[in-house]
Design a protein around this ligand. Structure first.
Ligand SMILES: Cc1cc2nc3c(=O)[nH]c(=O)nc-3n(C[C@H](O)[C@H](O)[C@H](O)COP(=O)(O)O)c2cc1C
Length: 228
């Protein structure tokens, strides 16, 4: 059994795959999770927040740490210096977090975890969302304006437990439960796949990341299971 530290950043792409891999890894290992502020919000939008608490259930080295609660100096990241973890996985890693790491910036819970793990000689594995030149991804729920017919009584709006639906879905309130999708008679609320192209800047940052001693860039979510 290994002590695995896992940093989750604010990325939707590869999030479901990363959380599934975390669940798999946690069956035979302890997983302690470090979530950025954006990571907390985005995990909620995708309905995956509760899954994180299931995986890192609260026992020692199986805790769930939120940047929001950890102050500006991230003292919990100090555990890397005390050799508490065998490895650190950052998945998914936003372009923002990758850029910070390659510049030596440590001002969030995940970037502090990487900096201290790297200094302590703990191997770090990073899965950037922009690892491919072009990717398809599913955003959180949105209202398709071409399908919405503005019913006098909007059932999804009435039923949303978070009061997140007005003219648009307020994603910061949304917890991705999907009740709205099931209630809209027009099928106007959905997750329509979108594609995005990796910026040259992000590609360069990923190359630089891979040249940092002690850090390995993963080529896709399927590489995570090969680590343990
Ligand atoms: C729904 C949603 C999905 C996002 N997905 C990604 C993503 O896949 N990759 C990425 O680089 N940024 C993504 N972002 C933007 C990041 O959340 C944003 O840059 C944030 O500041 C990253 O902070 P962090 O790196 O500290 O987690 C997404 C934002 C939202 C609202």
């Amino acid at each position: 059994m290994k002590n695995v530290a896992w940093a989750v950043t604010g990325a939707g792409h590869y999030l479901a795959e990363s959380v599934a891999a975390m669940g798999e890894v946690s069956r035979k290992n302890r997983v302690c999770t470090f979530v950025s502020r954006a990571g907390e919000e985005v995990a909620r939008m995708y309905g995956l927040f509760d899954k994180l608490s299931e995986i890192s259930g609260g026992g020692y080295l199986e805790e769930l740490f939120f940047e929001r609660e950890e102050g500006a100096s991230s003292p919990k990241a100090g555990r890397f210096m005390m050799n508490k973890f065998d490895l650190l996985i950052v998945a998914p890693a936003t372009a923002n977090t990758v850029a910070k790491i390659v510049c030596g910036i440590a001002d969030s819970l995940p970037t502090n975890a990487v900096a201290l793990a790297n200094k302590a000689g703990v191997p770090v594995y990073v899965l950037p969302t922009d690892v491919l030149e072009r990717s398809e991804t599913e955003p959180p729920y949105t209202i398709d304006r071409d399908l919405c017919i503005r019913c006098e009584v909007c059932e999804p709006r009435e039923a949303c437990p978070k009061g997140a639906i007005a003219a648009q879905i307020d994603l910061v309130r949304c917890d991705g439960c999907g009740i709205c999708r099931d209630l809209c008679p027009q099928g106007a609320i959905r997750r329509a796949e979108i594609s995005f192209v990796t910026r040259p800047l992000d590609r360069e940052n990923i190359e630089r990341l891979g040249r940092i001693p002690g850090i390995t860039v993963l080529a896709g979510p399927e590489d995570i299971s090969k680590l343990l």
